[in-house]
Structures are given as C-alpha cells and as structure tokens.
Design a protein around this ligand. Sequence first.
Ligand SMILES: C[C@](O)(CO)[C@H](O)COP(=O)(O)OP(=O)(O)OC[C@H]1O[C@@H](n2ccc(N)nc2=O)[C@H](O)[C@@H]1O
Ligand SMILES: Nc1ncnc2c1ncn2[C@@H]1O[C@H](COP(=O)(O)OP(=O)(O)OP(=O)(O)O)[C@@H](O)[C@H]1O
Length: 348
Amino acid sequence: MNADDTSKDECSGDSSPLPSGTVVHTRAPAKLNLFLELCARRDDGFHEIDTVMVPIDWCDEITMSRTSTPGVQLSVDWMPSKLVRSQRLGIADDPAAIDALLGIPADETNLVSRGLVRMIQRFGIQGGFRCDLRKSIPAGAGMGGASSDAAAAIRCAAKLCGISAQSPELFQICAEIGSDVPFFLGHGNQPLAAARATGRGEILNPVPTAGPLDIVVIYPCVSLSTAKVYAASQVPPDPQAADAVVSALALGDVGKIGSAMMNRLSDPARILAPQIDEILKSVWRGGYRTCQLTGSGSACFALVNSTVEASRLASNLRAKFERSSNAGCGAIVETARTTRVPSIVSIQ
Ligand SMILES: C[C@](O)(CO)[C@H](O)COP(=O)(O)OP(=O)(O)OC[C@H]1O[C@@H](n2ccc(N)nc2=O)[C@H](O)[C@@H]1O
Ligand SMILES: Nc1ncnc2c1ncn2[C@@H]1O[C@H](COP(=O)(O)OP(=O)(O)OP(=O)(O)O)[C@@H](O)[C@H]1O
C-alpha cells in the first residue's frame, strides 16, 4: 500500500448514500510508536502520554455492505489462513497457543462491532452491516490492529450511508472506543503520515515527514495486554518530550530518529514477556540500536536506511527467530514501510 491509496474524495467529504447492495473495501494499516512517554497517571485509570505514531503498510482488510437486518454480522479470518499463520509461528500443533495468539472475537466485543453499533445508534441508521474482516496485523502486539479495524469499519459505514468522512461524530465514536482509534481516522481533510498524540492518545497533531521510512518488524510469539503493561509501568519524575523525534522525522534522518526514539513501556513489557528482551538484545548486538518496542508490545521494530537493508536484516532475523511449524514458538519477521492514514474506501 502506498500513500496514493489515500482517496481524495474521502478527504473532500463529498458523501451521498450508496445504492443498496453496494460493497466497499478498505485497508486498516498498523501503527508503530517511535516515541512513547508517560507524563502522568490520571484518576480515570488512564495515563497522560506523549507519543509519536506512524502508520505502516502491514494492513488488515475490511469488506462491508449494508443489510436490511438490524445489527452487525461480522466474520473474521486470517490471511492467507489461520493454519499458515500458526505454522509460521510454530504453534500449528498447539491449540491453546493458536487460541491465545490467533483467537479474534467475532462478537460484540470486536472493536469493529463496537464501532458499527455506535454508528447505527448515533446516526439512526436503518438496518445494519455485514463486515468481513481479514486479519494480518498480530493482536496484542502494540500495532493497533483492533483500533485500526474499528476506524476503518467506521469509515466504510460512513461511505455506505452518505455520512461525511469529516463528521465530528466519527472522531467522537473513535475516541470512545479506544485511545489509539482516532489516529487511524487521519486528521481533518489531510492524510496523516505521522502524528504526535497527547491526552490518553486521542489529541492529535500532524507531524511533517520527509518521506517513507523503511522498517523491519519482529512479532514474537506472545500477546501482551495493554492494560497489564501500563499497570506495570512507572511515570518518570522527569518525563522526556517528543520534540527531538518530531524534528528528526521532518528531516527524514534515520540516525537522528533512532537516537531520539524511546518507549517508556519497554521495560515493563520486557519483564512481562522475556521473548521481547531476547529479541531486542539480539538486534542491538547486530548493530541496530534503532530497534525498540512499539506501543505496549509485544512487537519490536528497527528503522533501516533502505529497502535493501530491510530485506537483508529481515532474512538474518528470520534465520534466528522464525521456527518451522511445531518447533516451538517462533516469531514473524516482516519488512514494512511507513504509509498514510486513512486509506481509500473503494467501491467493489
Ligand atoms: C499503548 C498505545 O497503543 C500507544 O499507542 C496506546 O496508549 C493504547 O491504546 P489502546 O490500545 O487503544 O488503549 P485503550 O483500549 O484505550 O486502553 C486500554 C487500557 O490501557 C491503559 N491505558 C491506555 C491508554 C493510556 N493513555 N493510558 C492507559 O493507562 C488503561 O488501562 C486502559 O484501560
Ligand atoms: N478487530 C480486532 N482485531 C484484533 N483483536 C481484536 C479486534 N477487536 C477486538 N480484539 C481484541 O482486542 C485484543 C487486542 O487487540 P490489538 O492488540 O489488535 O488491539 P489494539 O489495542 O488496537 O492494539 P495495541 O496492541 O496497540 O494495543 C485482541 O487480543 C482481541 O482479543
């Protein structure tokens, strides 16, 4: 997926209800946190944070249509299949691990369902939606998969029902569903290549970038609870600011970005999941100090200088961390590039 996938009409807000039977499709990109600081613990159980996020072209896919039947009919599957994913993770013969890592709810607890139910209620939409969600983004990885899916489904519903993509209610619904969700809506009329988020993560300021960044993502065979990682974290006495990362992003200077990167949730996540510690130390020993945890984990990522370097690092890390099936938990290593959100909502 590249930046051109951002639809112009999606940004112009031209909307009228689509004919009955129309099917729309969009991608839901993952995100990485180049910087994440804890500024304070709030009385409502959340933290004031200062974070810089970039969307990447590792995406889930959503296909949606309206139904005359009220409610949300949701199907969830993995790309290319749950079996292939379990084999790549080395858990094909471990039903408990498959459930823990690949078990995605298809009921009202799925953030896609939560978002669509709120759309139906907030806009008095007649009937309901059918949504087919095809997963690629690992869950419990700190990559914003569920949040991105929710924002993508909300944008598809808006397109189907002739609701402007700029309607403030869309942002409100996203902010109600989760702290990461508003980021995936983009920012006003402009596609978003990077954002600095404060509050609990819902207050967004676009960050200028010099162009796409090349990345290697390593997802270990473990799913981490965001709430548990935050609960195990400490607010520092002197929180760092994201200004250095923001300036380096504008320059597109990978070395400068790398030396300004930081994630305050890394230490608690490494204690909760020692696999993360093993991966980080191994990649750092390989000379990639730009490698760090994203969000609340468990995935880690390294910034590199080119797609060639990304391919080379990824093949080295696959040899080290990926297992054949049934050889015990491994990891999934993928190259990626930063992109922009939201992606186009296309009519099938
Ligand atoms: C770690 C990040 O992914 C970084 O982008 C986000 O801060 C988390 O965003 P998210 O997964 O959408 O989180 P939410 O679903 O809103 O909150 C899940 C739980 O994480 C904790 N949480 C989340 C956000 C925040 N600013 N402070 C918190 O302490 C709270 O215990 C909350 O109940
Ligand atoms: N659409 C969805 N995709 C994946 N998981 C979902 C979805 N809806 C609800 N979930 C549940 O939410 C849990 C967390 O999923 P995920 O990690 O993708 O969420 P997130 O909060 O957006 O991302 P992050 O890991 O950055 O916090 C999953 O383990 C799953 O049980």
